[in-house]
Design a binder for this molecule. Structure first.
Ligand code: FAD
Length: 417
């Protein structure tokens, strides 16, 4: 057999983890390059995921264990691929690994964070709270290793984190590193970003405090989120009596994402469950164009939630969202298609069901997009495979299936040579 060159997997979410683990368990070196300081991707930010509605760790922990047990796996966090040269079977890859300023001696004791005097906006919670500049991205982070955000360190900081660490784990002199690898195949498992709400001017452009996105709702409902899992209004911490969900916020719209994001109806149904579990009296209104719950999800979610008398489904595209300046309530303008009238309704809070955006990928090789803005897999170089949501919006199950298929193609491609 020819030299085993290994497989590069860009992105350490569920898809990337699956592709890399399947490859390594077949006896081929797998390298994960993840730009975040942790693995797990968007799934790590979800409160509970369908269809079983278990917390993200029920799937992620098994994957992390498989990584730890496999000597053929190498993980680079805080890393990005700068260049992929060559061709299928013979790629030269350059990776930049940014400094964490905390080394492998870290035991996760939190002493550095307690001593740190500076704060930063918590990107894991979409800016809804702050962390110290020395922080653990979230409670179950893998690797379980703190990080220091050098941009958030104040100028007059006298390195109290360094002095507080008993394990010599803080290294403020760490520099970016360049890694060169030779691999036989590449998997793009870069996932998706929430559609940018600042582009949705009729829906408040992300400026109305009590209008949040569906991913923010996942964090609000999470026990390790900004409110320890209590769903309350961001403006004043008030409990929720009535809440609206606006479907297709930027999806199925030729001015934004022309495609259906597949997951948003399901996510809002799941969020309606979160709200109803916490507030038995709360009213939930879902404004939709079409409710789309593919396959078995129809039975498992839609049918179940449809029977809840406190959840009202109104067919109609939302034409405007405004804030009541005095109360900070949210006023929604919508045409009720079946009722044949225009509605102006007031809510404590509104959730925008924003879709999955895969544009703007930077992976060290040319990427072409379809007219819909998704990655055009047919245009990729031979030996480079794209999986999951960059090709088409998908749930975890479909992403994982696709990643397993890509692993098989990589194994064949590497072994053939
Ligand atoms: C509100 C909401 C709720 C959802 N709830 C569910 C649910 O309950 N059940 C379900 O099955 N699905 C759910 N989904 C869908 C689910 O999030 C996706 O199916 C899943 O995230 C796909 O995993 P992935 O690994 O392909 O992508 P991601 O989770 O996006 O992971 C991609 C990873 O790649 C990294 N990355 C990106 N670019 C680069 C780069 N250039 N270099 C290095 N690393 C990079 C990212 O940092 C990330 O870690 C939900 C989606 C939304 C919007």
């Amino acid at each position: 057999m020819a030299e085993n060159k290994g497989v590069l997997v860009i992105g350490g979410g569920m898809s990337g983890l699956t592709a890399a683990i399947e490859t390594a368990e077949a006896g081929i070196n797998a390298y994960i390059v993840e730009k975040n300081p942790y693995l797990g991707g968007r799934v790590a930010q979800i409160n509970k995921y369908f269809w079983k509605l278990c917390p993200p760790n029920c799937g992620l922990e098994i994957q992390f264990k498989r990584i730890k047990n496999n000597p053929l796996m190498t993980v680079y966090t805080l890393a990005e691929v700068q260049e992929i040269k060559g061709e299928g079977g013979n790629f030269d890859v350059t990776i930049k690994v940014n400094p964490r300023f905390v080394n492998d001696k870290c035991v996760g004791c939190d002493a550095c964070a307690q001593a740190c005097p500076s704060y930063r906006s918590n990107d894991f919670n979409f800016g809804m709270d702050k962390t110290k500049a020395a922080y653990l991205p979230f409670g179950q982070a893998f690797p379980f290793q703190y990080i220091i955000d050098s941009h958030a360190c104040s100028k007059d900081c006298m390195k109290p984190c360094f002095e507080a660490c008993k394990y010599n784990a803080i290294d403020l002199d760490m520099k970016p590193q360049t890694i060169n690898l030779k691999v036989g195949a590449v998997v793009l498992a870069t996932g998706w970003n929430p559609y940018d709400v600042s582009k949705l001017d009729i829906l408040g452009s992300g400026k109305i405090k009590n209008v949040i996105t569906n991913m923010m709702m996942e964090r609000l409902a999470s026990v390790d989120g900004p409110t320890q899992g209590k769903i309350v209004r961001p403006s004043d911490g008030k409990e929720i009596k009535n809440i609206a969900f606006v479907q297709c916020a930027g999806s199925r719209d030729e001015n934004h994402l022309p495609y259906c994001s597949y997951i948003c109806c399901l996510a809002s149904l799941k969020h309606a469950m979160y709200v109803r579990e916490q507030y038995p009296e709360a009213k939930v209104q879902i404004f939709y164009i079409d409710i789309r719950t593919p396959g078995l999800y129809e039975q498992r979610f839609y049918w179940k939630i449809k029977d809840d008398p406190n959840v009202i489904f109104t067919k109609g595209k939302v034409a405007g969202i405004a804030e009541d300046a005095a109360t900070k309530d949210v006023i929604v303008d919508v045409e009720d298609v079946y009722g044949g009238s225009k509605i102006k309704a007031k809510f404590d809070m509104v959730v925008l069901a924003t879709g999955m955006d895969a544009s703007g990928l930077k992976v060290g090789t040319a990427i072409s997009y379809t007219p819909d803005g998704l990655v055009d897999d047919a245009a990729l170089k031979k030996g480079i495979y794209v999986v999951g949501t960059p090709k088409s919006p998908a749930d975890v199950a479909r992403s994982v299936q696709d990643a397993t298929g890509a692993a098989l193609k990589c194994i064949q491609s590497v072994n053939r040579r």
